[in-house]
Unconditional design. Structure first.
Length: 233
């Protein structure tokens, strides 16, 4: 698919990552049955899966007054980690007036809940809560044009692991876009729904982990706390 990305000039890294995603060497191909449809609808989620309210700055999100993540729901089964993000303004409305590329957020995962292992250097987020994490899920948002289907709005994720030799998240593992055939990430006016195979995160069913979600707010990352999550057995 021939694609032309819209960019406002501030997102060269974003464009690079999307090009990397387009290479397709990290696509999920598993046919394992999933607990959720991953269609962007909140209908099959339950309120008891709410992990936290109001991530980052109140009323602000990607590129100032834009997408503010209000609730983060998390669930799992023996094969997948599932995430649902409720946003204000919702993503469908956002794309009606803003099609520029941006960052929805960063989700860090500390597999062993040990700050002395994993990431040993604070990255560009300036968030000390990320110290000790092993994995980074980079959530991007944007719009692209294709020669076959016209303009398409999308969200995407890219997974990388901490590289201790370079002190960066440089070991890319897997990626998905909401326009891909694989139903791993989708969005509607309800929010963004995501499924990630546990094997891509080096996680196992029943494991206890720390999650650190960092929202882009006021064009700088907001400090957030670690959130403990128990994977289903």
């Amino acid at each position: 698919m021939n694609m032309i990305l819209r960019s406002n000039g501030r997102n060269l890294l974003f464009i690079f990552i999307i090009i990397l995603i387009g290479c397709g060497d990290g696509k999920s191909s598993s046919k394992v049955a999933m607990k959720y449809k991953i269609d962007g609808s909140f209908a099959d989620w339950k309120e008891n899966s709410l992990l936290t309210k109001e991530i980052g700055a109140v009323g602000y999100g990607t590129f100032k007054k834009d997408t503010d993540i209000k609730q983060m729901y998390v669930d799992s089964d023996k094969d997948f980690l599932y995430i649902f993000l409720k946003c204000d303004e919702d993503l469908v409305s956002r794309f009606k007036h803003n099609k520029s590329s941006g960052i929805l957020g960063y989700l860090y995962i500390d597999n062993d809940r040990n700050v002395k292992s994993g990431a040993s250097k604070v990255d560009s987020s300036g968030n000390k809560a990320m110290l000790g994490v092993e994995s980074l899920i980079w959530l991007a948002i944007g719009s692209m044009s294709s020669s076959t289907s016209g303009q398409e709005n999308f969200i995407s994720y890219n997974i990388s692991h901490w590289d201790a030799t370079k002190n960066i998240f440089g070991n890319y593992v897997a990626s998905e876009m909401s326009v891909d055939d694989n139903k791993r990430i989708r969005f509607t006016a309800d929010g963004a729904e995501i499924a990630i195979e546990l094997k891509h995160l080096n996680l196992k069913a029943g494991q206890e982990v720390d999650l650190v979600f960092v929202e882009w707010a006021h064009n700088e990352f907001k400090r957030v706390k670690r959130l403990k999550f128990q994977l289903s057995k």
